[in-house]
Design a protein around this ligand. Structure first.
Ligand code: B1M
Length: 222
């Protein structure tokens, strides 16, 4: 018999949002992340415990499956939706400061680039792993990254680019952030980017997928 936290992890992993949600078909009419998270709180389970041993566990599993091409973008989006629905119940605990986030991560697609599907996945996976995420959106200029990082001591930054013509804009952002805020780590990703390019522009880390970015950030605080 599975415990409540394990069931919550399953709901996130398989994208079961709530009881009425038809997806996934083999979990039809079962409680989803929404109901189970509420039940867990009603039973007095600590909000931290629900986050770490329920929601985050499910998110970690889907992240690994996505990396291994065992699931695809739509499944990850369903998991993220299940996670964010459950998070609504935990929000008051975050807002009161009772539950501590791992840190803050600022992410955006660089100037000139409007692609945001990959960036959104990375943001959702990182948020789902217990980080606070500030998503600056698309077509983000270096000034915007700079002013956001300045107002947020100790946060780290993620840059995404999908075009060979816009990945070059990462270099300016990295140079400016590094010279002014050397303590912040800068991660880069996106289809045209690779490790060689990372080394050339002096970013701290390149990940081809969201899970690599999650693991890098988690290692920073391990
Ligand atoms: Co665009 N587009 N597009 N497009 N588009 C590509 C990227 C392209 C490869 C298509 C092609 O020609 N075969 C090509 C780029 C060529 C190049 O530069 N080498 C291209 C082009 C040319 C263009 C336009 C210039 C087309 C035009 O107008 N003539 C134009 C540019 C607009 C602009 O940005 N200024 C354009 C527009 C668009 C749409 C608006 C129509 C739409 C974007 C919708 C949106 O994002 N909201 C679009 C789409 C959908 C694509 C394709 C089809 C799919 C991109 C995508 O979302 N992939 C793409 C072709 C393709 O890839 N098959 C293409 C799925 C996504 C999950 O993957 O973003 O790589 P990806 O993210 C991955 C990883 O890269 C990684 O994690 C994600 C999950 O695994 N990752 C990170 C991403 N960011 C990360 C950050 C990290 C770590 C990992 O740390 C911070």
């Amino acid at each position: 018999m599975k415990g409540l936290l394990e069931k919550i992890a399953d709901c996130v992993e398989f994208g079961k949002i709530n009881k009425n949600a038809p997806y996934p078909p083999d979990m039809k009419d079962q409680d989803g992340a929404d109901e189970l998270t509420k039940q867990a709180l009603d039973q007095g389970i600590d909000a931290n415990e629900i986050l770490r041993n329920g929601l985050v566990k499910g998110m970690e599993k889907i992240g690994i499956k996505f990396r291994e091409n065992k699931v695809f973008v739509p499944q990850v989006l369903m998991s993220a939706k299940a996670m964010s629905t459950a998070m609504e119940h935990l929000k008051p605990f975050f807002q009161s400061g009772y539950v501590k986030r791992k840190g803050t991560f600022i992410i955006g697609t660089v100037a000139g680039d409007l692609h945001d599907i990959g960036k959104n996945l990375v943001a959702m996976m990182i948020e789902g792993n217990g980080w606070e995420v500030i998503d600056l959106g698309t077509d983000v200029k270096s000034e915007k990254f700079f002013e956001t990082v300045k107002s947020c001591a100790g946060c780290h930054v993620g840059l995404s680019a999908l075009l060979t013509t816009t990945m070059v804009n990462m270099e300016k952002i990295v140079r400016e952030l590094k010279s002014e805020i050397p303590g912040s780590k800068i991660l880069i990703g996106g289809a045209p980017v690779n490790e060689e390019f990372r080394a050339k522009i002096g970013a701290d880390f390149y990940s081809p997928d969201p899970q690599g970015a999650v693991e890098y950030l988690n290692n920073l605080i391990a």
